[in-house]
Design a protein around this ligand. Structure first.
Ligand SMILES: [Fe+2]
Length: 282
């Protein structure tokens, strides 16, 4: 039961001492958390294991689809911030989809990735019932975490959770926890906007302490590209923006410096709009 497939023969072929050493090594390789060797993926529960990992892949593909849709359709006071947030979600989900699908094909064959389409469609239909796109994306992220949790549990029970797959799933969970945090911050900002609409306008959030400024290609004056509570997040966005060809200049400034540069974050006219970007891209 606990011996990964394909290993028994080698164990019996060795002498007693060698067998004990190998068995000890395998136990250590599985570790206290029950890791399996890669060959174990094709064990007796392969179909069930492929199904549970496929449910994770289906959620990732649905998240990607949903976030890209939301990126195009962002509107309202926070439209530009939402446009960027959803872009971050769908672009950063691509390597998750690709990496997991490759692992699945390697472990359970081509058919294992074909099988996920109905589950992806079912999720999208279910999430479409939530019209608020930030809430919808948050629900989607929670569903992904439930599926990762279930897949790890089942694979661990089946002795099919390899260290590589576990590490990969943990990395995906970690990245998507960041998305949950960002979506929650966005949701809080949204309600604060309604409560304090006299003091707060449009794109700005009183909690923002850091801003990325950009000069769109063909323009002269800088505009506020995005606002952030933490300097780390702002630096992350700045690094990402540097790879985009839309900007001639970019800068990271604290709130005070933005104001001394003659820009008012509370004034939507000082922010880039999704339309500005779309025009430049076209
Ligand atoms: Fe876009």
């Amino acid at each position: 039961m606990s011996t990964p497939q394909g290993v028994c023969g080698s164990v019996w072929a060795l002498g007693a001492v060698g067998a004990l050493t190998l068995a000890g090594g395998l136990a250590a390789a599985r570790g206290s958390r029950g890791f399996a060797l890669p060959s174990a993926a094709k064990g007796e529960h392969a179909e069930r294991d492929a199904h549970f990992v496929g449910e994770v892949l289906a959620a990732l593909r649905a998240i990607h689809w949903n976030a890209w849709d939301s990126h195009w359709q962002a509107k309202g006071a926070n439209s530009y911030g939402d446009h960027l947030l959803f872009e971050r979600i769908y672009t950063q989900t691509v390597p998750h989809i690709d990496g997991l699908a490759e692992k699945m094909v390697g472990s359970w064959g081509d058919a294992s990735v074909d099988a996920i389409a109905p589950s992806t469609q079912k999720l999208l239909a279910e999430w479409a019932k939530t019209s608020d796109r930030v809430k919808r994306a948050t629900e989607a992220e929670h569903e992904l975490h439930r599926r990762i949790f279930a897949a790890r549990k089942v694979l661990e029970q089946d002795n099919a959770l390899t260290m590589g797959l576990d590490d990969f799933l943990m990395g995906v969970a970690n990245d998507h926890e960041t998305f949950i945090y960002l979506l929650q911050q966005r949701a809080k900002g949204g309600s604060a906007s309604r409560r304090t609409s006299r003091r707060r306008t449009g794109n700005d959030n009183p909690a923002y302490q850091w801003y990325v400024l950009a000069v769109p290609t063909g323009h002269v004056r800088p505009r506020i590209e995005s606002g952030w509570e933490s300097k780390e997040d702002a630096k992350g966005r700045l690094a990402e923006a540097r790879t985009e060809t839309l900007w001639t200049k970019l800068a990271l400034l604290a709130r005070r410096s933005v104001v001394s540069a003659g820009l008012d974050p509370r004034d939507d006219a000082h922010w880039l709009t999704a339309a500005d970007v779309a025009t430049r891209v076209a």
